[in-house]
Write a protein that binds this ligand. Structure first.
Ligand SMILES: [Zn+2]
Length: 228
């Protein structure tokens, strides 16, 4: 259809009447000559049969899930830029509910598998005792070396904890009391200082998924909900 969209072309083709034995060209000529009428007729037909048409389409879709899935995947694969933009828009408009759903899923998974998860964790800690102690000592040393004005940090943390609620620096989620985590924006392990300017409040999800990654590396993993 695209090649007939130019109005001048439509005009040109419509003025040259093809031979009747060239059925395809004749049909095209007839269509172009009566284009407005034909389009109106088909629009009227659609409006009169809209319900029937939609219900037929949804019946077909319900009975052909694999075809729909294949078609959608093909479309998504060839429109990656559009999909990325659409996902980004959707995430920023539904950030809170997405966060909540993710939390609910994680919570449910934890409650369902609590015993096995705790056992696995215990076993891992047992097996990696030396590594854990080493990491903790390294972190303590880094913190001590890079601390700037500890008194001010303590005062700020106490003030944050006294507030009725605060918002996560990364995802803007409302957090309160024990849910409040403090995070180093540039991780200590990456040379970030332990100072007020490098600290932020974060929800458990953001803090635990970011760990000691830089924001850039964390964003690449796609585990966070913030738009950067
Ligand atoms: Zn967060």
């Amino acid at each position: 259809m695209a090649k007939w969209q130019n109005a001048q072309q439509v005009q040109d083709v419509a003025t040259v009447r093809p031979a009747r034995n060239d059925a395809k060209a004749y049909r095209r000529w007839h269509y172009l000559k009566n284009r407005a009428k034909v389009l109106q007729q088909s629009k009227d037909w659609y409006l009169n049969n809209k319900e029937r048409k939609l219900s037929k389409a949804s019946d077909w879709a319900a009975s052909h899930p694999d075809d729909i899935h294949r078609h959608c995947k093909k479309w998504r694969d060839s429109n990656k830029e559009h999909e990325r933009y659409r996902n980004k828009e959707y995430h920023s408009a539904n950030r809170c509910s997405i966060n909540q759903k993710q939390r609910d899923r994680m919570r449910l998974h934890y409650l369902k598998n609590r015993d096995s998860l705790l056992a696995k964790n215990r076993e891992w800690r047992q097996r990696n005792k030396a590594y854990i102690l080493h990491q903790a000592a390294k972190r303590r040393a880094l913190k001590k070396l890079s601390t700037v004005n500890l008194g001010m940090i303590r005062g700020w943390m106490a003030y944050i904890k006294s507030l009725p609620f605060v918002r996560c620096y990364y995802c803007s989620e409302e957090i309160r009391g024990p849910e409040i985590h403090f995070d180093h924006i540039v991780p200590l392990a990456k040379g970030g200082p332990h100072c007020i300017e490098n600290l932020c409040v974060a929800c458990q999800h953001c803090n635990c998924s970011k760990r000691d990654k830089s924001i850039r590396a964390w964003v690449k993993l796609g585990q966070q909900f913030l738009e950067l």
